[in-house]
Design a binder for this molecule. Structure first.
Ligand code: NAD
Length: 292
């Protein structure tokens, strides 16, 4: 929309009349999105939402079997030409560079990058080995850096702007006992986004963050050790975890992968054309409730 000095009813009536006559365009038609961890719970929901709005999707993930399954599903839903799966390790610079080269070859460039690939790890500081610390930093902080840098370089060279969206965590803004390496890496992701927002602005490249709270449904990280540790530290059964997080939230609602996907669509699309360097907690009010 053009800049306006004040609300002008004639302007809005004219716009509304124009909209009524136009076929509804899809928000991301003709754009290309690369989603890391695109074969995981939240990543799949994000890719589906962006594709629903017309984007081509490149799913980049280290898990080849889940990747093949996701690409087959999306091919059936949206057409084979609109989805690619690329086996990629976010900690391996050469593999990240190759993924963006392949994306550019397949779709002519990149408009949206979603930094989402991740792991979870639960350990108190005294039990955190250097290896565990380095694994968190390398996948979550360094991995996000490598993917963001390559996406940014490609967008800047193309000169059409773009949107980078990082899936960090509520744990990146509020502290959590028993997961300090994970929390520290998530905080680093948020700060990287802010720094990149400053550098990207002159090139029309926006960088924003979505912070989920516990998303149990569909998430692979909630199937193993993390699940057991969280249940034990909250003194509840593993099957009671979803209800526990729902009740803990201010809104008394569970957060699902689709809720995260909706927030990503907002930041990926022109709906958020005037937002950069921001984060949005999709946490059913959990972060603010810590300040009560
Ligand atoms: P998930 O395990 O279902 O998906 C993560 C995906 O990342 C997997 O498909 C995995 O194969 C991939 N991956 C892991 N290491 C990789 C690597 N080195 N290179 C490339 N791909 C790799 O988990 P999810 O819940 O969908 O998590 C997605 C993101 O959301 C993560 O960054 C996570 O930290 C964040 N998050 C999740 C929750 C939650 O409760 N599920 C809460 C806050 C933040």
């Amino acid at each position: 929309l053009p800049e306006q000095e004040a609300f002008n009813i004639e302007y809005w009536l004219l716009e509304e009349a124009k909209l009524q006559r136009m076929p509804k365009p899809k928000g991301l038609a003709g754009r290309t999105a690369l989603v890391t961890g695109g074969a995981g719970g939240i990543g799949r929901a994000i890719a589906a939402r962006l594709m629903q709005e017309g984007a081509n999707a490149v799913l980049a993930d280290i898990d080849q079997a889940s990747l093949d399954a996701a690409v087959a599903d999306f091919g059936k839903l949206f057409g084979k030409d609109r989805v690619r799966g690329i086996a990629m390790d976010v900690t391996d610079e050469a593999s990240v560079i190759a993924a963006f080269e392949e994306t550019a070859r397949s779709y002519g460039g990149i408009d949206i990058v979603v930094n989402n690939a991740g792991i979870s790890s639960a350990a108190s500081v005294e039990d955190t080995t250097l290896e565990l610390w380095n694994r968190n930093i390398s996948i979550l902080a360094t991995g996000y850096f490598l993917v963001a840098r390559e996406g940014y370089r490609l967008m800047k060279n193309e000169g059409n702007g773009g949107s980078l969206v990082f899936i960090a965590s509520k744990n990146g803004v509020s502290a959590s006992a028993g997961a300090s390496a994970y929390c520290t890496a998530k905080a680093a992701e948020i700060h990287l986004a802010r720094c990149m927002a400053l550098e990207g602005a002159p090139h029309g490249i926006r960088v924003n963050v979505v912070n989920p709270d516990a998303v149990l449904r569909g998430s692979k990280i909630w199937q193993g050790e993390w699940r057991q540790q969280r249940a034990a530290s909250n003194k509840i059964g593993e099957d009671d975890l979803e209800e526990f997080y729902r009740k803990r939230s201010l809104l008394q609602r569970s957060v699902y992968p689709e809720d995260i996907a909706e927030a990503v669509y907002f930041f990926a699309s022109d709906l958020s054309a005037k937002s950069t360097g921001n984060f949005l907690n999709v946490d059913a009010g959990n972060v603010v409730s810590f300040t009560r």
